[in-house]
Design a protein around this ligand. Structure first.
Ligand SMILES: [Fe+2]
Length: 309
C-alpha cells in the first residue's frame, strides 16, 4: 500500500474527537496526552505504512507483556526509564540544583518495607557462597555536611543474578535492607558480591530485544534509594567495575561516576581483622543529596512496588 494515504487534517480531527478534546468534560491533562500520542501513532502508521498484521502483532505483544508483568522490564530495555532520568537531570540543572550524586534508573525489582538497621548491617542470610563484600560510605548534603539519620535503602541480586522475592529460593528480604546513617552520616554493610543478570530466557522482553539485534544483559550493580528529611530522594545504583557488560547495559543504567573502585583484599592480617578466613571485597561510596527546593520536579517516583508477604 502507498504511504501517506490520509491527510494530516483528517488525522488531527480523529485524534481530537477520540481523545475528547472537543468536549469540556473529563481530565484536561489526560486528554492532551492521549490526543498527542494518538495523533503521533496515526501519523506513524500512515507514514511507515504499518500493515494490519503488524499493527495487531504490536497490540498482541503489549498484551502479552502486560499479562507476564514485564512492562517494568521493557520500559528500561527501550531506554525510556533512562530518558526520564535525563529529563529530570536537565530540569534540576535549570532549577539550579547541582552537586548531588548522579541518579540512575530504579528498575522493576524493588520491594518496599525491608528491615531497618542503624548504622550497619548484614544483607545476606549466609546461604550464598559468593565473594564477601563490605561496602561503606557517608551521606552528605551538597555543602559537604554529613547527614545523620538518612536512610540508605539498598537492594541487589545474589551471586547467581537473582533477587529475593522475584527469583528462586531466597529468604524474605535477602539482600535488601534499609540502613539509617549514624551521627557522622555513615552507613556500612556486609553482603556478597552481586552478579549481573539478563532478561529471563524466552521472555517477551528478550524476544523484542533479539528482533532488534540486542542482548538483554545487565552488568552487576547495587541499587539505592537515599532519603533524608528536607532533601530530595536520590535513586541510583553503583556498578561493579570490571563487568563484561559495564558499558553495555541493556537497560541504559550505567553512568560514568557510579563506578567506584573495587578493592580485593587478600592480606592475611586484613582478612583476620575483618573476622574472615578468605579474601573479600571492599567498596567505598559516598552519597550527596540535594536540599528540597520549591518548584523543582519531584524525585519520588510513584509506581507499583512489590511488598513481601
Ligand atoms: Fe537490578
Amino acid at each position: 500500500m502507498p504511504m501517506n494515504l490520509i491527510s494530516k487534517t483528517i488525522i488531527k480531527e480523529l485524534a481530537t474527537k477520540a481523545s475528547g478534546l472537543d468536549n469540556d468534560q473529563g481530565n484536561a491533562r489526560l486528554k492532551e496526552i492521549v490526543n498527542r500520542l494518538l495523533y503521533d501513532l496515526m501519523i506513524a502508521i500512515d507514514e511507515l505504512d504499518i500493515s494490519m498484521d503488524e499493527f495487531w502483532a504490536g497490540v498482541g505483544y503489549i498484551g502479552e507483556v502486560a499479562k507476564a508483568n514485564e512492562l517494568g522490564l521493557v520500559v528500561p530495555g527501550i531506554a525510556l526509564e533512562h530518558f526520564l532520568d535525563l529529563r529530570l537531570d536537565e530540569a534540576e540543572r535549570r532549577a539550579g540544583l547541582a552537586g548531588g550524586t548522579t541518579r540512575t534508573i530504579e528498575g522493576p525489582l524493588y520491594v518496599a518495607g525491608a528491615p531497618l538497621a542503624k548504622g550497619e548491617t548484614r544483607l545476606d542470610d549466609g546461604t550464598d557462597d559468593g565473594e564477601i563484600l563490605f561496602m561503606e560510605g557517608r551521606v552528605f548534603d551538597t555543602a559537604g555536611n554529613p547527614i545523620a539519620g538518612a536512610i540508605v535503602d539498598v537492594w541487589h541480586a545474589n551471586s547467581f543474578g537473582f533477587y529475593s522475592f522475584f527469583g528462586p529460593q531466597q529468604s524474605p528480604y535477602n539482600l535488601r535492607r534499609r540502613i539509617e546513617t549514624d551521627r557522622d552520616g555513615r552507613y556500612r554493610f556486609r553482603s556478597i558480591m552481586p552478579s549481573g543478570y539478563g532478561c529471563p530466557p524466552g521472555s517477551n522482553t528478550e524476544t523484542l530485544l533479539a528482533k532488534m539485534g540486542r542482548h538483554g544483559q545487565r552488568p552487576a550493580h547495587i541499587h539505592f534509594f537515599v532519603t533524608a528529611p528536607g532533601h530530595r530522594q536520590l535513586t541510583t545504583q553503583i556498578n561493579i567495575d570490571g563487568d563484561k557488560y559495564l558499558h553495555d547495559d541493556f537497560a541504559f543504567g550505567t553512568r560514568d561516576d557510579l563506578i567506584p573502585p573495587v578493592e580485593r583484599v587478600t592480606d592475611a592480617a586484613e582478612i583476620h581483622k575483618a573476622g574472615l578466613n578468605k579474601p573479600f571485597v571492599r567498596i567505598g561510596f559516598d552519597f550527596r543529596i540535594t536540599r528540597e527546593v520549591a518548584g523543582a520536579p519531584g524525585t519520588v517516583v510513584h509506581r507499583e512496588h512489590a511488598v513481601a508477604a
